[in-house]
Design a protein around this ligand. Structure first.
Ligand SMILES: Cc1cc2nc3c(=O)[nH]c(=O)nc-3n(C[C@H](O)[C@H](O)[C@H](O)COP(=O)(O)OP(=O)(O)OC[C@H]3O[C@@H](n4cnc5c(N)ncnc54)[C@H](O)[C@@H]3O)c2cc1C
Length: 488
């Protein structure tokens, strides 16, 4: 048995879901190595909902809002103390609400992700919490628009929107298991300081990024471990304009975008340097600590993120290896600050103003769904007869771009978790092809998927049907009414 199989079996065994779990997870208890303590059975209090969304991150916030907008009694489960997820802790730059029109002269500028994702930006604009959709003046073969956010305002604004929509937002609550009835999820188990609870619902959406709920439910998954992990930092006492001068003085500007910053329009809100053009000492150390020169901001004296990357030897679901990575990333953060202090005039008093509560991940588990979006689907700009959104950004651009600056579609079937009747997945856990994932995992795509999954879950709950019985025409009509953009 390899390490991954062992971790998979331990997960299921530890939760006691094996006897009733979905197909594929049954009968795997034999030959477990080591000793086990058998937990005594407990009676758990039960609460009932129409829709449960697991994970209040990038996709989950939108999924819960979408479900509640459809009138579903919705519970959102999040183990941190706030909503937001990786969009507030990773790159924090939202890519991309638009097609790549600037790289393709003559192509029309089109906002391809709208709906709830745009409503969040509208709310942030009112409180000075975003640059708005800032156009790239340099590096527009990569993206035409970058939307920078104030990460702390994002947490507050989305929290308020969820509560206003009537979602029961259970933060500081960990989802720890699934209660199965054949291939249907009857409920989930949560743990918080209010105790252990059983939460029943008709429909479920897994937005945990790692696919925790799908894994607990016995869905098929893989752990490709094909990305570096990261702990990004917010940096205080710096100046975006001085950083610009530093990069400019070395002829090293690779990306630049202008938008709203500290209440003024037309300010630099995104910069990325060409590392090879930077002074030797900076370049060598940045490479050694996995530091990227890209940052965004909506404040004059703050970098919303600087990323420190680390490639882990095994899957980031391994607790002990993650602990080592957490320490290493914190050491790298300190070294990154030293670099700014030493090399960038005007940043001599830089300090770490924010770290992520735990390392960020670009992919944890990859959950098998009814359809797996291929890289050809993405770059050829394919649309499907069950599209739930359109998307036009690729994180490997300009190497890979969506054909003619257009869009491809996310099909509904790509979010239906294979083998489970009432579970949808949204966010970074869908799409197995690494290159396709370089597009579908991005923030704005995850947000669009969240709206589709939350809406579908609510409709299924209302119609008392499974995710495969939902009529696409009903889903499509509802999404269109709620402002989602479709190409075909
Ligand atoms: C370092 C880094 C930089 C990036 N840079 C960019 C960028 O610049 N632009 C861009 O568009 N994209 C970027 N991305 C990609 C993008 O941010 C992510 O792919 C996307 O935000 C993932 O969204 P998600 O909803 O799938 O997961 P998340 O936003 O991570 O949400 C998952 C949520 O589920 C919660 N959760 C997990 N397990 C449980 C559980 N068992 N119980 C309760 N809650 C749970 C988590 O706490 C979290 O809040 C970056 C990613 C990383 C890691």
């Amino acid at each position: 048995m390899d390490r991954r199989d062992f971790s998979k079996q331990s997960l299921l065994l530890g939760l006691g879901v094996l006897p009733g779990s979905a197909k594929g997870a049954k009968g795997k208890t034999a030959n477990q190595p080591g000793n086990y303590y058998k937990e005594p059975p407990k009676n758990l209090p039960v609460r009932k909902f129409d829709v449960v969304v697991a994970g209040a991150g990038t996709a989950g916030v939108v999924a819960a809002l979408a479900a509640a907008h459809q009138g579903a009694k919705t519970m959102l489960i999040e183990w941190k103390g706030y909503p937001g997820g990786t969009v507030t802790e990773g790159g924090t730059a939202l890519h991309s609400f638009y097609n790549l029109w600037k790289a393709f002269p003559g192509v029309k500028k089109t906002q391809v992700v709208r709906g709830i994702a745009q409503q969040i930006i509208d709310r942030l604009l009112k409180v000075g919490g975003t640059s708005g959709h800032a156009e790239m003046s340099e590096g527009y073969n990569y993206d035409s628009v970058c939307t920078a956010i104030d990460t702390e305002m994002y947490k507050l604004v989305t929290f308020e929107m969820l509560v206003e929509a009537g979602v029961l937002v259970c933060v500081n609550t960990l989802l720890t298991g699934a209660i199965m009835q054949g291939s249907r999820i009857k409920g989930v188990i949560t743990e918080s300081r209010s105790g252990r609870e059983a939460i029943y619902a008709k429909s479920f959406v897994d937005c945990t990024a790692y696919g925790d709920l799908a894994a607990y439910a016995g869905a098929d998954y893989r752990e490709p471990n094909d990305y570096a992990v990261c702990n990004s930092i917010g940096v205080g006492n710096v100046s975006m304009d001085k950083y610009y001068e530093f990069l400019k003085s070395h002829d090293a500007i690779y990306q630049q975008a202008e938008g709203r910053r500290s209440e003024k329009d037309g300010q630099i809100v995104r910069l990325q340097g060409r590392t090879v053009s930077l002074p030797d000492g900076f370049r060598r150390q940045a490479t050694k600590i996995g530091m990227s020169t890209v940052t965004t901001t909506v404040r004059d004296n703050y970098f919303m993120f600087i990323k420190l990357n680390l490639k882990m030897p095994v899957s980031p679901t391994n607790r002990d290896e993650v602990a080592k990575a957490e320490l290493e990333l914190r050491k790298r953060q300190a070294k990154a600050i030293e670099l700014f202090r030493k090399f960038v005039p005007g940043c001599e008093k830089a300090f770490i103003a924010r770290t992520s509560p735990r390392l960020n991940i670009r992919r944890g588990r990859l959950i098998t769904c009814d359809y797996d979006i291929s890289h050809e689907d993405v770059i050829e700009g394919r649309h499907f007869d069950d599209d739930v959104m359109a998307y036009g950004f690729h994180d490997s651009a300009p190497r890979y771009q969506i054909k003619n600056g257009g869009t491809y579609g996310i099909p509904y079937r790509a979010m239906r978790v294979a083998g489970i009747d009432n579970l949808l997945a949204a966010g970074m856990m869908i799409t197995s092809d690494h290159r396709a994932h370089m597009s579908t995992r991005n923030t704005v795509c995850c947000m669009g998927q969240g709206q589709a999954a939350g809406t579908a879950a609510a409709l299924c709950a209302r119609k008392n049907c499974g995710s495969r019985e939902l009529r696409y025409t009903d889903l499509r009509k509802t999404l269109e009414n709620d402002g989602v953009y479709f190409e075909t």
